[in-house]
Design a protein around this ligand. Structure first.
Ligand code: AKB
Length: 316
């Protein structure tokens, strides 16, 4: 069957890379990029594009009717740090947007839906190390509990409506093609830009704040692998834990300094993102992803650092 894939939130950190990866696999005309804002050059000139506000139900219905997508990736969301500044808006976008997509996917018989969850579904009473798939989950950010509620909706639509929804609890994502927007893990991208521009960086997280992170190439590969996996091999319809690698700002700094010995780091105090990071796991157990769809990480911290600096050098 030839695919018609709709990616909503195509201009974001994941969307920018996922659209291009999907167009390489399925052909440009099969992947419709969409976002609330105009796309960047690469997306606009490599295939079809629609302006879509996921909260505009009538327009979204029209887009589903027009394209009849076989797969939908819903990536439009407000992340953890901005979510704390605009809690009601974040809840509305993250929840109402998801419910629109789930309803239209049922109505138009969309074969598969992907929706990103996050390590933010865990909270201060979740186990902090090797956090398992199933454990206490008491997220204390709006983003975190919108992701946890969203996972419950995804599993509910799978059970009640037979909708093939798939999801990953992404760690912090690091990539050079697009910037993250409004997250707590964003420091791990900003640090590379500032290292190359100014030779120094002030981290908004403390030196010893360990968080699970993943290189974008691994994250895109994980997403596509999960979406290609046989449905009957998937045992989780909420969101799969994905571990990535865990490191602190101090460890990332040391890795950058191996390639840029003069790079300097300082640490801000009292940044509100510190409390968010402190409520999240330090490392994750992703045994279910390994077992169900053969997940295996490729990029370690040294690989990420080398790749980021090499690619960003040509852009900055
Ligand atoms: C954030 O920091 O909010 C995101 C996430 C971990 O989901 N990158």
């Amino acid at each position: 069957m030839s695919e018609k894939i709709l990616v909503i939130g195509a201009n974001g950190q994941i969307g920018t890379e996922l659209v291009m990866a999907l167009r390489n696999i399925h052909g440009s005309d099969s992947v419709i990029a969409s976002d609330i804002n105009d796309p960047g050059y690469a997306i606009r000139h490599s295939g079809p594009y629609e302006l879509v506000n996921v909260l505009d139900k009538d327009n979204l219905h029209h887009i589903f009717d027009k394209h009849r997508p076989t797969q939908v990736y819903l990536l439009a969301a407000i992340l953890s740090a901005v979510g704390e500044q605009k809690p009601k808006i974040a809840w509305d976008l993250n929840m109402t947007g998801l419910l629109h997509i789930l309803d239209f996917a049922v109505e138009f018989k969309t074969a598969k839906v992907f929706w990103p969850s996050s390590i933010a579904v865990f909270g201060p009473n979740s186990p902090q190390f090797h956090t398992p798939q199933y454990c206490v989950m008491d997220p204390n950010t709006v983003y975190g509990f919108s992701k946890l509620a969203g996972e419950r909706w995804c599993e509910y639509y799978f059970t009640k409506h037979g909708l093939d929804v798939r999801s990953i609890r992404y760690p912090g994502l690091i990539g050079w093609r697009a910037n993250p927007g409004g997250g707590t893990t964003d420091y791990a991208v900003h640090i590379f830009h500032e290292a190359l521009k100014k030779g120094k960086y002030q981290s908004f997280l403390s030196a010893d704040t360990a968080l699970p992170m993943m290189y974008m190439d691994d994250a895109i590969r994980a997403t596509i692998t999960l979406m290609d996996a046989p449905a009957d091999e998937l045992t989780i319809r909420s969101g799969y834990n994905l571990a990535g690698i865990s490191f602190t700002p101090a460890q990332l700094t040391a890795e950058i300094q191996k390639l840029m010995p003069g790079f300097e780091i300082s640490y801000a105090e009292n940044d509100p993102r510190q409390a968010i990071a402190d409520s999240w796991p330090k490392s994750i157990d992703d045994g279910y992803a390994q077992r169900d769809w053969g997940w295996k990480l490729e990029y370690d911290l040294a690989d990420i650092t080398r790749d980021m600096l090499t690619n960003l050098k040509n852009m900055i």
